[in-house]
Design a protein around this ligand. Structure first.
Ligand code: GDP
Length: 301
């Protein structure tokens, strides 16, 4: 579809910053140690991380031998295959089950693009015919509640919000309201926080437990929004939030202009949690499902 092509182009343009360093490795004429060394540096610079970089180099050398490749251009194609295979473990769609309401908790550090992603996700769900209720569990920052209300307005969905008050209590109320009003999905927006802020991480655990009290099988999904532009730092966030909350999925934002797109390889190798969506821009429709092969190709284009 043309729409899908449009975002792929945007992803390619965006990842050019990541890819340009990697692609130049293959402009020479020989497949030798220098090529592999340059590739190692380029992958590390793209925030692929030591483990994933080692894995990719080994896998690539095996593929080169097997294919009896003689041209660097062929090696580039084989690298795309190796990256796609590595990323495959992250490719899994978000499925809204039969449970009403399906409760989705969303966490992230400030500025990662959490609120924007919730707005986009709301549109995505509404477009597939699901009724959505938003819960503003960031009771502390007035600006955060207002911003979420704007996204609720744009999508014409309801929002449960409360000034001050306890984030867990607001979440509880929202889940109860979602059930009473027979909504398909309740999206719980939590306040941005750093993994080092222990009391705030503790609060996330409390929100999860209280949501469970409102609905025994909830939360059905616990998502973390990470900024793809923060590379290895994003991987550290995935590990920390997973320890506290038990994540079921990721949304990786800002892939429309990053030099650190290799971080998805690091996540695939070190903490493989499904990437339900990627963010490729600031607009409502700039949310896409993750495709390992397309991403690998975009990375090397
Ligand atoms: P929050 O603090 O995590 O809720 O972050 P926001 O949703 O307020 O987003 C922070 C900034 O990142 C805003 O300027 C957004 O427009 C921008 N942003 C969010 N997602 C994307 C994305 O996928 N691409 C780009 N280019 N910008 C994004």
């Amino acid at each position: 579809a043309p729409a899908r092509q449009g975002w792929l182009d945007r992803l390619k343009n965006g990842l050019r910053k990541t890819g340009s360093n990697i692609a130049t490795v293959f402009t020479g004429t020989r497949i030798d140690d220098d090529l592999y060394e340059e590739l190692e540096t380029a992958l590390l610079m793209a925030d692929t991380g030591v483990k994933a970089t080692e894995h990719l180099l080994q896998d690539l050398k095996r593929r080169v031998k097997e294919a009896k490749a003689t041209e660097p251009a062929q090696v580039k194609g084989l690298l795309a295959d190796a990256i796609a295979d590595l990323l495959q473990v992250l490719q899994k769609p978000l499925e809204i089950g039969a449970h009403h309401p399906t409760v989705i908790m969303v966490a992230g550090v400030n500025g990662a693009g959490k609120t924007t992603s919730i707005g986009k996700l709301t549109k995505h769900l509404a477009d597939s015919g699901l009724s959505v209720l938003l819960a503003a569990a960031d009771t502390f920052r007035a600006a955060a509640r207002e911003q979420l209300a704007v996204w609720a307005d744009r999508n014409t969905v309801e929002i449960v919000s409360q000034e001050g008050g306890d984030p867990a209590a607001v979440s509880f109320d929202a889940v109860t309201a979602g059930r009473a009003r027979a909504r398909d999905v309740v999206l719980v927006d939590t306040a941005g926080r750093l993994p080092t802020q222990q009391h705030l991480m503790h609060e996330l655990g409390k929100i999860k437990r209280v949501v469970q009290k409102a609905e025994a099988s909830a939360p059905h999904e616990v998502l973390l929004v990470i900024d793809g532009n923060t590379g290895q730092n994003a991987l550290a966030q995935v590990k920390a939030f997973d320890d506290t909350l038990g994540l079921t999925g990721l949304i990786v934002t800002k892939l429309d202009g990053t030099a650190k797109g290799g971080v998805l390889c690091a996540i695939a190798r070190e903490k493989p949690i499904p990437v339900y969506f990627i963010g490729v821009g600031e607009k409502l429709e700039d949310l896409e499902t993750f495709d390992a092969r397309e991403f690998a190709q975009a990375l090397l284009s």
